[in-house]
Write a protein that binds this ligand. Sequence first.
Ligand code: ARG
Ligand code: ZN
Length: 436
Amino acid sequence: MPPTEAEGLGDSFYPFLGNGGYDAVHYEIDLDVDPAANTISALTSITAQATKDLEAFNLDLSGLEVHSVTVDGAHAEFWRSGHELTVQPASPLAAGSQFETEVAYSGSPEPLDDPGVPFAKMGWIHRDGVVYTASEPSGAMTWFPANNHPTDKATFEIQVTVPEGLVAAATGLLISETTESGETTSVWRMDDPMATYLAAVYIGDFERIDHGPLYDGGPITRDYLPRDAPAEMAQALSVTPDVIAFLEERLGPYPFDAYGTIVMPFPLGFALENQTLSIHGPATIGPGIIAHEAAHQWLGNSVSPDDWSEIWMNEGFATYLHLMFEAEHFGADFNDAMTQVHAWLSAEGIGPPRGIEIQDLFGASVYYRGAATLHALRLRIGDDTFYEILRTHYDRSAGGTTNTDEFLGIVEEFTGSDAVALVESWLYDETVPAFP
Ligand code: ARG
Ligand code: ZN
């Protein structure tokens, strides 16, 4: 095997995810799916830019059989070891050059065990006649080869072919749908940068409900429900325009071309903010969790963590906004609600969001102590400065990534070091601080 670039980007929880030596620019994922057999025949092409001279480079791909790899149309050698797919182009790539890698592969995609999500298998899942993907943090590599880390975002085109009669959906804007000789092919485009973990496909007996643009010039909104879903399901999703309006008021314009929710016909155990098309089970389509996944479109999806240990920047922020929306929606007092959260955090002794172990990536420290951290800051500095900070945090990193230190830098810029110390005590101290 030739000398290759780093087999990972050194993430503190997932050191071997992602790969060094290049930046992915655009993915084209073409999947021909037999949902009954749960098999795919696939071609993924990755346009990337070399950041160094490269004799060989790696992609992340878990399971499946790779048939051939080409780079700029020429046959390339490849090797596999665990989830590392090493590719050696016919001739080395020069630093700065753009190149296109095509991987032809097939098989039955297997979900993986992700140490951050001990409660569910992640990636490509086949269940009760439905295929869905839920990939946060590491599962994207169960269905396409990628530079599988949020620091390398790219644009996407996803094409899915399924037997006529089934409905496929994917993240992005639907740009075509054609049926020919018993097969339906649909294409979705994501022209804004997307982290690999937020790409998703869904196949089953779904019904697409088109709502058109949310407002003049706004995102296209559409939901997908199980066919013959009870009327209450569509009713539950009708809160979405209010949710987006609430979030736009606080964060600025919705970041992408489309938004909507797909509801699975079975319980899911979580919801997930796939970019432009969040996935829910029937149990999570209340105003709070609908607002939570929508809030992630700004905070998590447009602004992503640059390391998985920074997950509170996704979940704490989304939880804070969802609790706020929920209080407003039900006419409850928000400060009372946060006081109750505080009492619970103290009673349970919930530790700091920056002190977690990998298995607590999606635990109470990250979600609830993360949210309370923001509330403590707001109580200290007042609504106006708080919202300026929130908005600046979003604006400065929209379309990219950020981390706690950058956020603390903004807090300092707007308020001075007292407030920084307060936020740090919430993020790093073992005991739960008092609210100011
Ligand atoms: N980001 C999701 C949410 O808070 C977390 C889902 C946890 N499960 C998972 N498979 N990553 O809505
Ligand atoms: Zn979340």
